[in-house]
Design a protein around this ligand. Structure first.
Ligand SMILES: Nc1ncnc2c1ncn2[C@@H]1O[C@H](COP(=O)(O)OP(=O)(O)OP(=O)(O)O)[C@@H](O)[C@H]1O
Ligand SMILES: [Mg+2]
Length: 311
């Protein structure tokens, strides 16, 4: 690589002089409250603004991977994040460029084709349905050396130029989730995406409790930061006007009352009917509907959170 091609990383993304990127993690142990929608929409928004991000998909449902062009069907026999966790493939071997389907059909010779378009600056550690076995596999002797895989990777192996790592979590506080969360400190962020619904609001106290538990567990550790921190909560799918559903409206008011310092000042992400189809079509919302109100809100949120357009 020539010097001209080497990317310089803004020191803000190497907080406290550390050698690995700032980590953001979409986490709340409730299903269907927008973790993945937020992960894909926000990372695509930031990547299109020039920030280099690698999304780590820890969920065996592989929704973030599918949304970024690498669902189980596209992955085929390529290595996945599980191979990385077990030490059978390197970061470089597993990491792929995020992409989306530009066209699909049958050509004039009758062959099926799919045309992909890369999403600049955005990369992915793709998930697999076999992630459910990760904890069990790590207890086996041949994988014993990988017990602290995330810590070892960050501290001893990583030498890349990502600005940020963005984690998409499954809806639980299991071992896999904890192994990653324990490496976060107050320079990183746990982001409990909150789809305006009572289900999400009710999940927040147990998240706060779980994070305190991790903090307590690692309070004396020198090797493990163990300080995953919530600094802000994005409210998404917010309905406006007189036709807003009662639960949606009530959830927003409750969040403003219960966590004013975490939701205040940030633009809300408005409800988007397209968000549902973009999920089904495996297209990130900013690609499918770049001019929709929700995507406009993601851009506003990116600006409000200190990510101006670098392009
Ligand atoms: N701005 C929005 N407006 C309306 N609906 C939205 C919006 N953003 C996301 N949604 C919808 O919320 C639903 C749940 O989203 P998502 O799959 O991201 O949740 P999740 O927390 O990742 O779920 P799981 O725990 O199963 O992984 C999806 O159907 C999605 O389309
Ligand atoms: Mg999800």
């Amino acid at each position: 690589m020539t010097d001209a091609l080497v990317r310089t990383v803004d020191p803000r993304f190497r907080p406290a002089g550390r050698t690995y990127p700032q980590i953001w993690s979409s986490l709340l142990a409730r299903g269907g409250i927008g973790k993945t929608a937020f992960t894909t929409s926000m990372t695509v928004t930031l990547a299109l603004r020039g920030y280099q991000i690698t999304v780590w998909d820890l969920d065996q449902q592989c929704n973030a991977s599918s949304g970024l062009g690498w669902g189980p069907q596209e992955i085929g026999s390529r290595p996945t994040i599980l191979d990385f966790i077990l030490g059978d493939a390197s970061y470089e071997e597993v990491r792929v460029q995020a992409r989306y389907k530009l066209a699909q059909g049958v050509d004039h010779e009758g062959n099926e084709f799919v045309e992909w378009m890369d999403i600049p600056n955005l990369y992915l550690m793709p998930a697999t349905e076999f992630l459910t076995n990760a904890d069990t596999l790590l207890t086996q002797t041949e994988h014993a050396h990988r017990y602290s895989w995330f810590k070892d990777f960050l501290r001893d192996e990583y030498d890349g130029d990502d600005d940020m790592f963005f984690i998409d979590n499954p809806a639980n506080y299991g071992k896999l989730v904890g192994t990653v969360a324990m490496m976060m400190d107050e320079h990183d962020e746990v982001i409990p995406t909150c789809l305006a619904s009572s289900k999400a609001v009710e999940g927040i106290p147990s998240l706060i409790k779980e994070l305190s538990r991790l903090r307590e567990q690692f309070s004396k550790s020198k090797a493990i930061p163990g300080r995953p921190t919530v600094k802000r909560i994005p409210l998404i799918g917010v309905q406006t006007g007189s036709r807003a559903e009662a639960d949606n409206r009530k959830s927003v008011l409750e969040m403003e009352e219960l966590y004013p310092e975490l939701v205040k000042d940030w633009p809300y992400i408005r409800y988007s009917a397209t968000a549902k189809t973009s999920f089904r079509d495996h297209l990130p919302l900013p690609i499918q509907a770049p001019n929709s109100p929700a995507v406009e809100d993601y851009r506003k949120l990116a600006t409000a959170w200190g990510f101006p357009d670098l392009e």
